[in-house]
Design a protein around this ligand. Sequence first.
Ligand SMILES: *Cc1c(COP(=O)(O)O)cnc(C)c1O
Length: 555
Amino acid sequence: MQQNNQRIAYFSSEIAFDPRVPNYAGGLGVLAGDTIRAAGDLDIPLVGVTLLYKKGFFFQELTADGTQIEHPAHWAWDDFVKDTSTTVELQIAGRTIKVKAWEYQHKGISASIPIVCLDTDLPGNSDYDRQITDFLYGRDNEYRMFQELILGIGGARILDALGYNIGKYHMNEGHSAFIALELYRQAKEANPTFDPDALLHVVKERLIFTTHTPVPAGHDKFPLSRVKSTIPFVPQEFEADITQDGMLNMTLLALHFSNYINGVAKKHGEVSRGMFPGYPIDSITNGVHSATWTSLHMQKVFDKHISGWRKDSHSLRSAANIPKEEIAEAHKLAKEEFIEFLNSRKNAGFDRDYFTIGFARRATPYKRADLLLSDISRLLNIHEHIGPIQIVYAGKAHAKDQSGKELIRKIFQIREPLKERLRIIYLDNYDMISAHLLVSGCDLWLNTPRPPMEASGTSGMKAAHNGVPQLSTLDGWWLEGYIEGKTGWAIGDTTPGDDLSHQLSLYEQLEKIVPLFYNQPDIWTDIMRTCISLNASFFNSHRMLQQYVANAYIK
Ligand SMILES: *Cc1c(COP(=O)(O)O)cnc(C)c1O
């Protein structure tokens, strides 16, 4: 595809390359990992670049009242990554920072994909500099700026030092946008006679930018004066384009220097065009890696009926011909395993026959984890008079997100007096391993973001791979994936709606869904099968990466 052994450099501040490695915080990192996994199956020549966070994101402890405590997540990094013995030295902020490359190899079905992990914990670096790569999303804004300088500038230079021949650079979110300044510096050095617009053109040919969130906190900003005193090569001609109120905006930097830009669902493309008028923002809807997110029981069913599905997720389309009983049985086994885990490890007291609702995502207000609990008497009425239910929550709040943490405590508070009547559990330390159990072991996947805040969302796609339908507000990927009563259900409609209208719609839908589950198993298994044949066959990372290849990488 690329000439001369060229590779696409895929930059991401987090990459979930192994479920045991806490080098990710949530959706962004899991998506990056699923992208690498797709590249390994499809033999797309990518090289991943990220930081080696020796203290990880964090381990979430929840106290009895639901207070979140963050612990460093230590891991045996030397078991996973290999020493390349390659280092580069960056002249930053008037000092030299040494950066070392470790390498992880993802062995896919068709190819091995390297991931370069950058590390500043090296003798010779100052105490502060040695800690730059310790924590994912830790500490203050200055620390974040240093991390992003290491990722963007250190990453670009270390790829050269490692001998990679890079065609294009794909920035997965704006954290790595300093690449643009490094490529601009290199272009200027190589073409001293070019004017700024010609140099801009040279850089744009090589840069691809994927934006991931309409939430303002997701767009990093650093004081321009601080950036300029740290790296001496911010091109003055473009300062105005990338700065707002004296702050260099990493999203604007990435937008201004990229030829191909995309949002992560059709709706998110639209929302992003509204946020950043004047930039040609396309969309490529996210997907998940099918084999990674399908339970072993469902994998066996796919192996039996759909040849080649691991290498070509589109072929999950023919799940429409799998006998329904086999899908129902595979789900039953996955659910039993999940409930067994909840009961024996978490003392949940769950019933393996009850209708089980799952809600797992970052705890932050716009995701409205508490919407399901907003009218307890109506919820209890469903449980006691329509059909028994039980509810599993999981999700971390960012360390500085006080309202996210408050939300977790609120769920604990609501749950406490209900204990004898309705089982609700909040699973601690949501990660890839518990996510795998959750998305395959629940009967219904619930998602309640306040539109249009959810760029895409991916956990509902994981659920679809396991034949688990979703009930969600119409936002992100669900606008493309929902067919009412066939692949799941909508909360509210495509008008914005408010909390109250969504609350009413949520309960109305549950009052229809719960009887369907208990009284019409044949229709229910039909829905499960349709989730796989219509949604798993499309909302997967094979299709997603192929769209990046066609629309961005080979342009
Ligand atoms: C898939 C996943 C996410 C992202 O889920 P969303 O639906 O996009 O919020 C977050 N954390 C973990 C551990 C995951 O596996």
